[in-house]
Ligand binder design. Sequence first.
Ligand SMILES: [Zn+2]
Length: 499
Amino acid sequence: MGFKVLTAEVFHETNTFSRLHTDQEAFRNRLFLLGKAAVAERSNANTEIAGFCDVAVGRDWEIDHVLSAAAGPSGCVTRAAFDWICGPIVDRASKGNHNGILLALHGAMVPDFCEDGEGELLRRIRAMVGPSMPIAVSLDPHANVTQLMCELADILVSFKTYPHVDMRDTGRQAADILHRTMAGEIKPRTIMVRPPMLKEVNGGRTDIGPMIARLAKARAYEARHDAFAVSVNAGFASADIAEVGPSVLVTGQGDYSAHIAFAKELSDDIWASRHDVLNTYLTVEAAAALASSYRSAEGPLIIADYADNPGGGAYGDSTALLEAMLMADIDDACFGPIVDASAVQVLGGVPVGSQVSVDLGGKTDPLFGGGPLYVTAELVRVSDGHFTGDGPMIGGLADSFGPSAVIRVEGIDILVTSLARQMLDLQQFKAFGIDPAKKRVVALKSMQHFRAAFAPVAGQVIVCDSGALCTPNYTRMSYQSVRRPIYPLDNTAIEQDPA
Ligand SMILES: [Zn+2]
């Protein structure tokens, strides 16, 4: 038997502007599995742990998996939840019988007692294992990478796709670099360069736009004998923390001045293209008007509500787009989700097929995306909310919206759920009796991930800003802790004196 490697998965993308704190229940509602049960559930899917296991088999490692934990993007993680998840990892690391540590982290977790959740986890682990234990971390490119993370982890490797479809590949890449490090073949560390920006324009889209060329340069640079991974992170702008925003990482050894120069070249390119926005953010009225006249044999019009994306920590209960669609008499349409547990409860109390009046959505914070919508609906179906993905992102993975219902209001089938989930798989409609490919109009809550599964069935895709919590209009947020100056908040100052 070869090396013994401690592994764990901890994912949270914290929207510090959210009113909803992230507690243990939020993790239990999404993903909390220990040891072998976690590996069994996740190692035959497109996940980081699957990639770790691929390398473990090939390299004859023994994997000592502590846990896999994730909560839906939401507000700051409570100290109790943070300690509950990190404690077992730190305890296991303290046993001292591992050759290396391999963690799958999102990279944008903010606990309620410090700004850098991943840095804090790594600090606690390092305190147990000392400076020489090789530590590798895979990251989501929406990570807000901190200097502390770069100092404490030897190896940091991010996904290269958005929509994210390379989790398993990234797991393999991080594990391979860790293997070479444990074997004494290389001794990497990770450097970072970042521009003074809140968010990389286009959120890091890799299906079109300038990221394609940057990632090609990154792959070419990895061919150097002393560079093992180049990561281009878009960052996560909905976090009011000093070390927010895009970053370029090089995990390597040897000629660090060359690595820094290369990272700066990519960072400068991100800065230079900060004004180039690929999405056109329509108003909800303009989106509804387009839907009104849309006819195509190629497939439905997909309207993505960018701002109410639960995948960015928005509440998923914004009603602005739905209201505009109802005002425009849109028919042959579906809409999902409206996250509203109290409405689901009301709907659960009447027979399927009956007419029911309900206050729908808009309850968490009406200032972001509209207040409750009073509708009279036909109750089409009630459900426990479970679905299993079959698309490129979550194929084979089970998840749940919690108790849910489908209601029909005029020509729109609406999925009402208890838990907030981003729409990124057709099964998130199909499991509830709605076939989005057969609708004329599909409205959903997502920024970009929906494209992986929905673009292939779409006739046209448009994106709108409902004014919900993930609005691309950053000036609506009261940033206080981000480093200044920063684009776009301090546009004028930076333009005059480029950093
Ligand atoms: Zn991401």
